[in-house]
Structures are given as structure tokens and as C-alpha cells.
Write a protein that binds this ligand. Structure first.
Ligand code: NAD
Length: 376
């Protein structure tokens, strides 16, 4: 069983899908591992470190490989030398619009006879938590969003009582309290901000309070009870959206920092902040739009650019986890290892998936697109 680790080709991608630690573990399972030279360079992992862990370094790493590991999906045309029916295990962005994702790329994997496994389709069940790339990467993104916002903010976060006078604490508002939002709350609190947060899922209220932040919720229209479908939000009714807009309008004008993280799987990100609401904020305030690559929660946000509107700075990265390449790679690589190791069949010397997880993440098999989320 040969595993190949590809060097990421997408612009701005700094992560790598395996680390020397996971290479060693794969070898301990009985696999051989080949790594493309330079694969870890942007994440501060030298080729020599992979070699020391037991990997073969080769430009032709994918030749004869049974499993190809990537952060983003590699170009199917570059995988022609892989073993027939090889697995491609990566974040495949099947609903994406970019050149490295989307339905056309999935169709190309099918046409190439590859079995594409989309790690972002991992079901949200307890035993799959350690395999969940969305969680591991969102957690780091939530942290980084607050750090970047604080960097653009011309004031300090904590209250400071000094001989020259008192500086008041920054007020931070986190919109969307999933994995990224929870980490954003925790990070903003650690930096000393006064934090409030909102979500459409009622289950997040307790989580917000337990992190020492103030919940801000639409009370007039019911949100999503419990965790929501598979832990995810859905698109809200017009009535809810109107009530939410009113609530945000009254709250946002008093905020210094806003971090938006709201996503709906398979759809464009919901628009949460309008230009008029930005205009109501104090000059010097900062908004970080973590959903900018999915269409943006904030009107006027542009990926990878600081946009200034009404004296408010708005920023969002197309790939936030890639700004923390070493940690993001370490966690991503462990997610992939945890996934393959959990299904490793010692007798057959390869992973054998069950239907609950295999059926959820498998996009293509036997030359066809097979995933129900893509066929519906
Ligand atoms: P996500 O990235 O899909 O969305 C981020 C947040 O935005 C969510 O909390 C969502 O409810 C919220 N949101 C969507 N539309 C909104 C709107 N209009 N206004 C305000 N907020 C809006 O979510 P996520 O970070 O992937 O996590 C979602 C849930 O899944 C969490 O409860 C998390 O704890 C759970 N989870 C479970 C597992 C597991 O059990 N294996 C793994 C990961 C996450």
C-alpha cells in the first residue's frame, strides 16, 4: 500500500497533508510513503525531516500510489500515473467555484477512475471528531481572525488603567458560533475584550455564556432548535432574517470589533452585515469576515484585501488556516491519519471503509459520481 503526499499547487496554499509524525505512523501501519520534494517547505518542514521519518522523496511520488493525500484536491491530470482506482483523500471543495474545486473537478476524478474522498463531508458523529478537517481548521481560523482584527485595530483590546489615564476595553461581537466562532470568543476574551455573540442555533446560547460572553439572540422569531441538521445551520426564513437585521443594527453600532463566521453548507454564506450597518459603526472599528471566500457575510468584503468603508476596516482571507501553516498542517495531517488508521485492515494491509463514513465522503467510484449530496 503506497501513500503519496503531494506538494500543494493552489496559490496561497501553505499547508501540507502529512507531517513527519504522520509519515512515521503510516509506515508503522505497514504502508510506504512517498513525498513530493518541497511539499512541506511553506509549513517549515524540510524534505530531510520527511526522509528521516522514513518517506521516499520523489518528484514522481504519485507513480503507483494507492492513496494520494492532499490539503486541496490535486489536479486529476497530474495523477495519471497513480494505481488504478487510487483514492484521493483531501478537502475537495465539491461545491466550490474556484479552479481547484467544484463539480467539474469531481467529474474529472470520476473520468480518471479515481475514488475521490472529500474530507469536508465527514459526518459530525462522535467517532469522526478526530478526523474532522473542518473543525481543526476552523478552530485555528477563529483564533487567527481575532489576531488579524486586533492588528488592524488602532486601539488596545484590554482595559488598561495607567498613570496617564484609563483605556476602556474593546467590544467584540462574534457572529456565528460554530467551531471558529467559539475559538474567536475565547481568543477575544483572552486578549481582554468585552465579548458578545450570536447564532441562529439555540444550542449555542449556553456555549456563549460558558465562555464568559454575552448572548445576543433574536427573541421574536424561533431560530434553529438544538444543534441543527448534523450540527449545521440552514437558510433562515425571511421573517427571521428581518428580525436578525434589526437586532444586528441596534447592537453593531456599539461594537469595535466584529468577527463573522456564518456558513451554510453547499450554499453561499448568509449576508449578515449591510453597508448601512457598517456606516453606523465607529470609525476605526474592524470587521473580519471569515466567510469571505464563500461569498461573504459582510457587504463589500473582498478576499485578501483590507477594504475601508465609512472609516471601518473590513478584512477576510480566502484561506485563513493557510496563515498558520505549521499548526494547520499538523492538525490536518492528524485528521487524515486518524481517518485512515481507524479503518486500517491489518490482514489486507489497507483501509476498508464502512458505509456510514465511506458513503458520506465518497464522491466518485467506478468512473461515476456516487455521492447523494452531488446527485440530488
Ligand atoms: P459552520 O462553519 O457551518 O457555520 C458557522 C456557524 O454559523 C454555525 O454555528 C451556524 O449555526 C452559524 N450560522 C449560520 N447561519 C447563520 C446566520 N444567518 N446568523 C448567525 N449565525 C449563522 O459551523 P461549524 O463550525 O462547522 O459547527 C457547527 C456545529 O457542529 C457546532 O455545534 C459544532 O460544535 C458541531 N460540530 C460537531 C462535530 C462532531 O460531533 N463530530 C464536529 C464539528 C462540529
Amino acid at each position: 500500500m503506497k501513500l503519496a503526499v503531494v506538494r500543494e499547487r493552489a496559490p496561497g496554499e501553505t499547508r501540507v497533508a502529512a507531517t513527519p509524525e504522520t509519515v512515521k505512523k503510516f509506515i508503522a501501519l505497514g504502508a510506504s510513503v512517498a513525498v513530493e520534494p518541497g511539499a512541506g517547505a511553506a509549513a517549515s518542514i524540510a524534505d530531510a525531516d520527511y526522509a528521516a521519518a522514513g518517506a521516499e522523496l520523489a518528484a514522481s511520488a504519485v507513480a503507483g500510489a494507492n492513496i494520494i493525500l492532499g490539503v486541496q484536491g490535486p489536479d486529476p491530470a497530474a495523477l495519471a500515473a497513480a494505481a488504478p482506482g487510487a483514492w484521493v483523500v483531501a478537502g475537495l471543495d465539491p461545491f466550490g467555484q474556484g479552479p481547484g474545486g467544484g463539480r467539474a473537478r469531481v467529474d474529472a476524478y470520476a473520468a480518471a477512475g479515481l475514488e475521490a474522498l472529500a474530507m469536508e463531508f465527514m459526518p459530525r458523529i462522535t467517532r469522526a471528531q478526530s478526523m474532522d478537517i473542518l473543525s481543526s481548521q476552523s478552530n485555528l481560523a477563529g483564533y487567527k481572525a481575532v489576531i488579524e482584527a486586533s492588528n488592524l485595530y488602532g486601539r488596545a483590546f484590554p482595559m488598561m488603567m495607567t498613570a496617564a489615564g484609563t483605556i476602556s476595553a474593546a467590544k467584540a461581537f462574534i457572529m456565528g458560533v460554530g467551531v471558529a466562532g467559539l475559538q474567536a470568543i475565547a481568543t477575544a476574551r483572552r486578549l481582554g475584550a468585552q465579548v458578545s455573540a450570536t447564532d441562529v442555533r439555540s444550542a449555542t446560547r449556553e456555549q456563549i455564556i460558558s465562555l464568559g460572553a454575552k448572548p445576543i439572540f433574536v427573541e421574536t422569531v424561533a431560530g434553529i432548535e438544538g444543534e441543527g441538521a448534523g450540527g449545521y445551520a440552514t437558510e433562515m426564513s425571511e421573517e427571521y432574517q428581518k428580525a436578525q437585521a434589526e437586532l444586528v443594527s441596534s447592537h453593531i453600532a456599539k461594537q469595535d470589533i466584529v468577527i463573522t463566521t456564518a456558513l451554510i453548507p453547499g450554499r453561499a454564506a448568509p449576508r449578515l452585515i449591510s453597508d448601512a450597518q457598517i456606516a453606523s459603526m465607529k470609525p476605526g472599528s474592524v470587521i473580519f469576515d471569515l466567510a469571505v471566500a464563500q461569498g461573504g457575510n459582510v457587504e463589500g468584503s473582498v478576499p485578501d484585501q483590507v477594504v475601508e468603508r465609512h472609516g471601518v476596516k473590513i478584512l477576510g482571507y480566502s484561506n485563513t488556516p493557510a496563515k498558520l501553516p505549521a499548526d494547520a498542517s499538523a492538525l490536518f495531517a492528524r485528521n487524515l491519519y486518524n481517518f485512515l488508521a481507524a479503518f486500517w485492515d491489518k490482514e489486507q494491509g489497507k483501509p476498508v471503509l464502512d458505509e456510514e463514513i465511506g458513503g458520506a465522503i465518497r464522491l466518485t467510484q467506478g468512473g461515476k459520481v456516487v455521492n447523494p449530496r452531488l446527485l440530488g
